[in-house]
Design a protein around this ligand. Structure first.
Ligand code: SAH
Length: 218
């Protein structure tokens, strides 16, 4: 983890290029692109690997986990249609990069991670680099009922199905974004809570996430 917080013209320039690349790859939401342009992704990397930070690739961050590919982060974030003040539940904190993008967009983020090392690390790193969120340790496949309902829920690990329990924690008009499939590949699914008992599902593109591990998952 990089502890020297240097964001020079070199990193800023690389970030601009990444934003252009994401735009070419189909990310259209100006606010999402702006957020990607702001969050210093190299802070999540050891200084030796700073050159890798602005390539559109996933990267190992230790504890057997990866920081998601920028395209994937942008894609999921776009689907959430974040409005300033939205209460967002993120399942799978990981590096915290996705968390920062949500915070940058004005969301109030509740984020949960099941790996204790990652939870401890990210809980320290984010405030250190200027991003505030509520951090929880535990199995997020059940959501966090205590703080429900949420405007938006994002799952950043692949699930075998949409956990029903998460749908119950959405506000009316709320959106869930979750990759669903087997361990090889998942389809991005969005669920809109239309009313108390009505939900609309949309099946989108194919991705490959690390598996969601938990009581309401595999
Ligand atoms: N959003 C992250 C990427 C996360 S990778 C980023 O931007 O870097 C997916 C994360 O989900 C991993 O850290 C994994 O440990 C976590 N995870 C898997 N199952 C989980 C569960 N049931 N509850 C909480 N976190 C979970």
């Amino acid at each position: 983890m990089a502890h020297k917080l240097v964001d020079s013209y070199r990193e800023k320039g690389a970030r601009k290029k990444l934003v252009q690349l994401l735009q070419e790859r189909g990310i259209a939401d100006e606010n999402v692109l702006k957020a990607i342009g702001k969050v210093p992704r190299h802070y999540f990397f050891d200084e030796t690997f700073w050159k890798q930070a602005y390539k559109d690739i996933a990267f190992p961050i230790g504890d057997g986990q990866t920081i998601s590919q920028p395209y994937t982060v942008a894609y999921q974030t776009e689907l959430l249609h974040i409005k300033i003040g939205d209460k967002v539940l993120e399942i799978g904190t990981g590096s915290g990069y996705q968390t920062c993008i949500l915070v940058e967009l004005g969301a109030q983020v509740y984020t949960i991670e099941r790996q204790e090392n990652l939870y401890n690390r990210t809980k320290q790193v984010l405030p250190h680099i200027g991003y505030q969120a509520e951090f929880f340790f535990g199995d997020g496949s059940k959501g966090i009922a205590k703080h429900a309902p949420y405007d938006k829920i994002i799952v950043t690990a692949g699930a075998p199905l949409v956990p029903e329990i998460l749908l119950k924690q959405l506000k009316i008009g709320g959106i869930l974004v979750i990759p669903v499939g087997d361990e090889e590949s998942q389809k991005m699914i969005t669920v809109l809570r239309v009313s108390e008992n009505d939900f609309e599902r949309f099946v989108l593109d194919t991705f490959r996430f690390v598996p969601l591990v938990g009581e309401k998952a595999w």
